[in-house]
Design a protein around this ligand. Sequence first.
Ligand code: NAP
Length: 362
Amino acid sequence: MNCWSQARRAPPGSANRSPESAALPQVRTQLFLCRSFDTVAGLRLALIGYGNVGRAFARLLDRKKSQFPFRIVAIHTLRHGSAFDTHGLPQEPAFGPPAQSIEEFLDRATAEIVVEVTSLNPATGEPAISHIRAAFARRVHVITANKGPIAHCYASLRTEAANAGVMFRFESTCMDGAPVFNLVRDHLPGVRVLGFTGVLNSTSKVVVEVMRQGGSFQDGIEQARRMGIAETDVSYDIDGWDSAAKTAALANVLLDARMTPLDVERKGIGRLTTDRVQELAAKRKTVSLVSRARLVNGGVRLRVRAEVLDDTDLLASVKGTSNLLLIETDLMGTVGTVSISPGVDQTAYGIFSDLVDIARCL
Ligand SMILES: NC(=O)c1ccc[n+]([C@@H]2O[C@H](COP(=O)([O-])OP(=O)(O)OC[C@H]3O[C@@H](n4cnc5c(N)ncnc54)[C@H](OP(=O)(O)O)[C@@H]3O)[C@@H](O)[C@H]2O)c1
């Protein structure tokens, strides 16, 4: 059974719902949650990585602990060390020396679910891929917000998770927690995805917006840095690598593409000038880094390109850190997700929604 079919398994007790509860969807949802969480109270989590996302996730769990009693029992980081407590770690744990290896960490953690939130390596997807495989080898469910593994080897990881009998979730990887993968998986049954179009990179949008106001390219980059949204190496944003990684990840999951960021035809915004942006603005046009995926002759074509758009184009309507994804399907036409000014708390929410989804299936 693969992780998608596991996700569709009926929750405990769902076959016995009363006719009354069937007539009241909100009551039914409540009953469903109560039943599920009675059975998984105290589910043990191990976090690999405890930076912006890991800490935001710990804060979210603390806020929701009375309703969702999960416990973080172990945390492993690169420089801060490792921390363990079977009763549950505080948000600011006392880190001891780092575990010698991820295997040693996982063996000591004895968690039921691993949350992998280490830094992105868009070129290889490592070390996150190895962390995920080590968890699968111990028959532990995995959630990640790191798009590297999904962009580089989703098909293999999906098979390995299925062989290990565990679930693998990654809702936060492409749109900071806004529903994308679970939208298609859980709410579009029988639908075939034919392609998608998205505006998925925030830094490039901020740079264009600053140039439209008369600032320079560099001013735009500085603005994105002040907002805390630029990649450490900002060329990943400007040259389209961040968008390419998201495009490959989306295509691998939604179109079974089996591609990597290197397979995405890519042209960033690096050659754009303030004069050009203002010349376009005078014609009520703008430039946006657009991700596109299409089924072509039995294969998949992936492209990230700075495109000239009318100001009234839906793709031009998302500003700053907001993002938009339109999914083309055979049965539902085009459906979309938009996320207005998401931040790290929304990324944490995406992990939380994966966690609840896994817990419901246990
Ligand atoms: N920030 C966002 O809004 C956002 C949105 C969507 C997705 N994501 C993804 O979420 C992931 C985490 O992002 P972040 O912003 O939390 O990054 P971050 O603040 O840089 O934190 C990364 C964490 O990973 C740890 N780490 C790095 N390499 C490791 C290794 N080999 N073994 C163990 N731990 C390791 C670091 O350890 P130290 O603490 O010791 O340095 C740190 O705790 C990334 O993959 C990112 O692409 C982030």
